[in-house]
Design a protein around this ligand. Structure first.
Ligand SMILES: C[S@@+](CC[C@H](N)C(=O)[O-])C[C@H]1O[C@@H](n2cnc3c(N)ncnc32)[C@H](O)[C@@H]1O
Length: 238
């Protein structure tokens, strides 16, 4: 479970600038089974390595926004946490429960279908329509590849919505990938800078860990890039 999953040659999914269109492209990605660019077939090794620093109690409630069918949710549940995922695609949610052989109970709640099996709940619908009263208290957030899944102009709205859902006290454990252009050494997408500009007003941001994969490259806008996997810890400013 701790080996790195095979990296796909292209992590970013083509995005539409319109959010409704972006939602329909994501639904299409799942319909067409084009998930190899982001879905990991193993639990993320940076999660298993660094999660302990969160010092969470066993029954803490962990929000996993834009969760896909990530196996990371299985690992978090195995740590004794209550896991609350949010995912647009019913195919992803169905796959998650089926592929992990979990018996599920489904209930309709407004615009959402709520799927539950034991300590894992996934709210199936648009993250931006979810309300805090539906989720209840959240102690921590596990966020992998959510920001880059959204059009740039929606990312500030995402952070705003996330803050509304989690309240003022929850920490965020954030995993991102920064692509570094091999020739220039510059960041291709400036994800680090974006994290700073989006979160710094409300969170203290610590880069806990960064590691480069030298042995495989991705292509961004035609440039060969290294990839740096990064672990960020965001603690709310009081
Ligand atoms: C890059 S994938 C990351 C999935 C997951 N975090 C992982 O590590 O495998 C982004 C996911 O966000 C979902 N998504 C995109 N827009 C969404 C929205 N507005 N509300 C809920 N889920 C959304 C997509 O369907 C997709 O499964």
């Amino acid at each position: 479970m701790t080996d790195y999953p095979a990296r796909s040659p292209e992590l970013h999914i083509p995005q539409n600038t319109d959010k409704r269109q972006d939602n329909s492209s994501w639904l299409q990605v799942w319909q067409q089974g084009q998930t190899e660019g982001f879905h990991q077939t193993l639990v993320n090794p940076l999660l298993t390595r660094f999660w302990r620093s969160q010092n969470l109690r066993r029954h803490s409630r962990v929000l996993v926004p834009l969760c896909g069918k990530s196996l990371d949710m299985m690992w978090l549940a195995a740590q004794g946490h209550r896991v609350i995922g949010v995912e647009l695609s019913p195919i992803a949610v169905k796959d998650f429960f089926e592929e992990n052989s979990l018996k599920v109970k489904k209930t309709r709640q407004g615009n959402f279908m709520r799927w539950q099996s034991g300590s894992i709940v996934i709210w199936c619908g648009d993250f931006f329509s979810l309300r805090k009263r539906q989720l209840g208290c959240i102690d921590n957030v596990f966020d992998r590849a959510s920001l880059t899944a959204l059009p740039e102009e929606v990312r500030a709205i995402y952070v705003d919505q996330l803050r509304k859902l989690i309240g003022p006290n929850a920490d965020v454990f954030l995993l991102t990938v920064e692509e570094i252009v091999k020739q220039s050494g510059q960041a291709a997408m400036a994800i680090d800078q974006e994290i700073m500009s989006l979160y710094a007003e409300h969170f203290e941001i610590t880069l806990t860990h960064s590691q480069r994969s030298d042995d495989d490259f991705v292509s961004v806008n035609g440039d060969d890039c290294y990839t740096d996997d990064k672990v960020y810890q965001l603690n709310p400013l009081i």
